[in-house]
Write a protein that binds this ligand. Structure first.
Ligand SMILES: NC(=O)c1ccc[n+]([C@@H]2O[C@H](COP(=O)([O-])OP(=O)(O)OC[C@H]3O[C@@H](n4cnc5c(N)ncnc54)[C@H](O)[C@@H]3O)[C@@H](O)[C@H]2O)c1
Length: 404
């Protein structure tokens, strides 16, 4: 596919964790796709038919669609002009004070606006602060563009994109019947179930989805700490209460609840509601407080100042190489202050030069290995290794871990 060729879809932010699987899936279904991204390294990687990050099932299809000439990546913003559909999936992070950048998507669209052309469908797919779709509609109208605008949120979980993109129902929202028709047709390439909402309803639907999940994890973590402080095993209680009792089947296990979406989307919702979101804010305190709780409890059992602690797993969830907002790094910061030394390992993460191989962490303490191990991420690799030192396992991954 030459750089000038017209395509069915251009994805803005197309080399990211959401944009790339989406582009691969559209191309897999026969559409021609261009990924526009500011990240030149990621574009080069994709054009070599390699993934810039791990996403199970994506590599094989990427090779096929690149070879077939149906997908390519570029840093050239003019590529936006040569597509029937423009899908925007740039990141929407919060700042160091947990404030969402209300103008992130708007600013990205300002950047591409000179390249939007009449007759296009503009699909917003980032998880946005409520009201952003309306803001974009106004921006497009102010520029005198005849461009249809729709908001179609992404609801996949990282690591499951290549199945969930084809399985999850798609929410489509727009004030324009033509945009609804076009967006519905576009996403029917992936899934047959399409649900229609008003744009503001859809913006809240996406934020509610992530916040609900985050609150559930916080509930589990609070109950875990409560049982643990009382000298009882939360997982034993959870297993019993959920057994053949469907109303409680969705109570999660305890563990670090983090990553690039759940926390920041809870904060987006809090900001939207004038910082009045006690349940969400309490969930932040509980989930973000868990590493501190674990270390405080360990201090009651061990003299950490005289120990090397090994942290097993640095990504924010099992089987992933993504360290964004991972609580393993918060645990590391606390332990670097409390322990004699900290060793960190992860079989998936490639971007952190301070990581050491698992064997180095599991080496005898007399030869530099850890005196105490904490499973921070429940990677399957940590179910079955053998060691003589205590293993802290709040995830209940193994038999016989030490209680915190
Ligand atoms: N990661 C997930 O599992 C997930 C799931 C559902 C929804 N979301 C939402 O999707 C959005 C994207 O998340 P992500 O995890 O893919 O982020 P990401 O950081 O992995 O990807 C964003 C991409 O956009 C590019 N980019 C940023 N600004 C740009 C611009 N102005 N022009 C062109 N490219 C630009 C970046 O270089 C990056 O490659 C966020 O709103 C997120 O909340 C993420």
């Amino acid at each position: 596919m030459g750089p000038e060729a017209a395509v069915d879809v251009t994805i803005v932010g197309g080399c990211g964790h959401v944009g790339l699987p989406l582009g691969i899936a559209f191309a897999d279904r026969g559409l021609t796709v261009r990924l526009y991204d500011l990240n030149a390294d990621a574009c080069d990687t994709v054009n070599r038919a390699e993934l810039p990050f791990a996403e199970p099932g994506a590599a094989e299809i990427l090779s096929e669609v690149i070879a077939a000439g149906r997908l390519s990546a570029t840093t050239d913003v003019s590529s936006v002009a040569r597509a029937d559909h423009v899908v925007v999936v740039i990141g929407t992070p919060i700042d160091e004070h947990h404030n969402p950048d209300l103008n992130a998507v708007q600013a990205a669209i300002e950047e591409i606006a000179d390249n939007l052309v009449d007759g296009q469908l503009l699909v917003l797919r980032s998880t946005v602060y409520p009201g952003v779709t309306a803001m974009v509609e106004q921006l497009v109208a102010r520029k005198g563009l005849e461009v249809d605008v729709a908001f179609c949120p992404e609801r996949i979980a990282e690591g499951r994109a290549m199945t969930e993109l084809y399985e999850l129902p798609q929410i489509v929202a727009s004030r324009s019947p033509r945009a609804i028709e076009r967006a519905t047709k576009l996403f029917r390439n992936l899934t047959h179930e399409v649900l229609l909402l008003e744009p503001e309803e859809a913006e809240l639907a996406k934020l509610f989805t992530n916040t609900w999940r985050y609150i559930k994890f916080a509930t589990a973590n609070q109950l875990f700490m409560m049982a643990n402080d009382f000298g009882l095993d939360y997982e034993r209680i959870r297993t019993a209460l959920a057994f053949n009792y469907p109303r409680a089947a969705d109570l999660p296990g305890a563990g670090f609840a983090a990553g690039p979406c759940l926390f920041k989307d809870t904060m987006q919702l809090a900001a939207f509601n004038n910082n009045n979101f006690q349940l969400g804010q309490a969930s932040v305190m509980v989930n973000e407080g868990l590493p501190l709780y674990v270390v405080a409890r360990l201090e009651q059992q061990f003299d950490l100042s005289d120990m090397t602690v090994g942290i097993l797993g640095m990504s924010f969830k099992a089987g992933s190489d993504d360290i964004r907002s991972s609580l393993s790094y918060k645990l590391k910061r606390i332990l670097r202050f409390k322990a004699r030394a900290v060793l960190c390992t992860d079989p998936y993460v490639t971007v952190d030069p301070d990581l050491v191989p698992l064997e180095a962490v599991l080496a005898p303490p007399s030869t530099g290995g850890a005196d105490l191990l904490v499973i921070a991420t429940p990677h399957p690799e940590y179910v079955a290794f053998t060691t003589d030192v205590p293993v802290v396992d709040i995830w209940n991954l193994r038999d016989g871990g030490v209680r915190v």
